[in-house]
Design a protein around this ligand. Sequence first.
Ligand code: GSH
Length: 205
Amino acid sequence: MARRAVMTLFSGPADPWSHRARLVLAEKGITIDVVSAEVGHLPEDLLDLNPYHSLPTLVDRDLVLYDSRVIIDYLDERFPHPPLMPIDPVTRAQFRVALYRLERDWYAMATDIQADPQGKTAEHARKLLGEAISASAEVFRAKPFFLSEEFSLVDASIAPILWRLPFYGIELPPQAQPIVKYMNSIFARPAFRASLSAIERSMRH
Ligand SMILES: N[C@@H](CCC(=O)N[C@@H](CS)C(=O)NCC(=O)O)C(=O)O
């Protein structure tokens, strides 16, 4: 790959995995080159460097990172302020389990919906995702952020999915009120606004 002077994030403008990487950058106030790309049309040199041909991909000089989780962990370590993971080992482990579950469940369902919105798989995923989010409503009642007084990598991972709910055709039931309150406060953050691509801005009015 041609040497790039600054760090570059290759990002899918509608992709929730890419969105969480952009949101972490914005929360930390890091300005890097964000290059919108599309799976199937990735820059030729990137295809050689990322064997999975996936987005997001982060290039920092000779370092090439893929998988959004690897990317956000790296960003949190490389730019420690503000820290986006708790310090205490038990809480850290709980947050890692939360990230794991979000990836396996919410992100997997979101990926199924976006892959073929009209298909049978999407229909099923839409129902499951709506139920899974509603079932977690009480978790959002106690604290301003996910089990925390501070914004974390877990919030950076939850927000891209919640932002897409109208776009996915998912409506939350009245008992999900704590989530609606949580969403409104996260979406009002300047960093959240800054993280949005043009396509994402059009997903909600
Ligand atoms: N686990 C990956 C999943 C990312 C993902 O599925 N990205 C989509 C972008 S819409 C993609 O690159 N799909 C093509 C592929 O994985 O071959 C991550 O966290 O980065």
